[in-house]
Design a protein. Structure first.
Length: 332
């Protein structure tokens, strides 16, 4: 993957710096949410597979880390503010005596825009492809952000996370790695399965969903949020995946698309229990102080996904594309 196109003054300066054409921006000052989320996404990607046009040594450059920290401070504060209400509500309903699984379930059951119902019954094939393109930013690195938690856990939650990730990463079979199943689905839907190929088209709310996972994964102090996010992700996956599969069948997008989502109907019903009971609840048993962060991560999963879904549905209901226009079209 090559560096994506910047979306504002911060991104432009960052991309120039990574190409060796200028200094690293000294502050996190940015134009708008697009500029912020894309810049943060670029900085995080240096810790995953990186960019073909950026030397690997940039990963631990202190000035880049300083810039990232500046952006993360604002992003984390925004996430905490966005999530406070849902977390409090779940805690109140669950009651203080209750275990964390009940609170997680209440968060996972929050009322969110029904993107899956729309894709099931209403979406056109073109809209479904837009959904796959936007989702590819995550699913081509599916599970990777939560893998950062492995060395930060010990005992029961570590063993359970390893069990869950073993499944996500193919159980020893490269063709069964969920990232690969998604790449196969893209190919069959007539799309580009290359890692990162649709980042430029991906709107800010979807990048924010991805950036939250990296924020939680890359900071040891946020390990509770990382596994809480995972739990909510798995707890809100099974039923929507059934609808996505049925939508793909209705639109005849091909067996690989159906198979990807079908695979997640049953797998995530199992993962849900592993993540909530065996990872999150056991971690909170070990470290009760992490309970609030576990719920924060869960709420972030649900609410950032809901924001992205609402933006997508709004665009579609107005007859517009939910994706960003490619650079040349926006300039024209
Ligand atoms: Fe998966
Ligand atoms: Fe899963």
């Amino acid at each position: 993957m090559l560096l994506p196109s910047p979306r504002g003054t911060l991104g432009a300066a960052l991309v120039s710096a990574l190409r060796g054409d200028g200094p690293v921006p000294a502050t996190g000052a940015h134009d708008d949410e697009d500029d912020l989320q894309l810049s943060l996404w670029v900085l995080y990607e240096l810790h995953y597979r990186g960019f073909d046009d950026v030397p690997g040594t940039w990963e631990w450059d202190p000035e880049l880390l300083r810039l990232r920290a500046a952006l993360e401070a604002g992003f984390e504060a925004a996430i905490r503010e966005r999530c406070a209400g849902l977390v409090t509500e779940a805690e109140e309903q669950a009651g203080e005596q209750d275990d964390v699984v009940t609170a997680l379930r209440l968060i996972a059951e929050a009322d969110v825009p029904a993107l899956s119902s729309y894709l099931h019954r209403t979406a056109t094939a073109e809209q479904y492809r837009e959904f796959l393109m936007a989702r590819s930013v995550y699913h081509l690195k599916e599970s990777d952000p939560h893998s950062w938690a492995v060395p930060r856990l010990t005992g029961a939650p570590k063993a359970a996370l390893a069990e869950l990730q073993y499944d996500e990463l193919g159980g020893g079979r490269p063709d069964r790695v969920h990232q690969q199943l998604f790449a196969d689905a893209l190919t069959e839907a007539g799309l580009d399965p290359a890692y990162g190929s649709y980042v430029d088209l991906t709107p800010a709310p979807v990048l924010a969903v991805n950036n939250a996972m990296s924020l939680f994964g890359l900071h040891r102090r946020l390990v509770g949020a990382c596994v809480g996010h995972l739990a909510a992700f798995e707890m809100t996956s099974s039923l929507p995946c059934r609808r996505y599969a049925q939508g793909a069948e209705r639109l005849e997008l091909g067996p690989a698309v159906v198979r990807y989502f079908d695979e997640h109907v049953e797998a995530d019903a199992v993962h849900e229990h592993l993540a909530a009971r065996d990872i999150c609840a056991r971690l909170v048993d070990q470290q009760p102080a992490l309970r609030a962060d576990v719920l924060l991560g869960a709420a972030a999963c649900v609410l950032l996904e809901a924001d992205a879904a609402r933006a997508t549905l709004d665009a579609w209901e107005q007859g517009l594309s939910a994706l960003r226009a490619p650079e040349q079209e926006r300039v024209a």
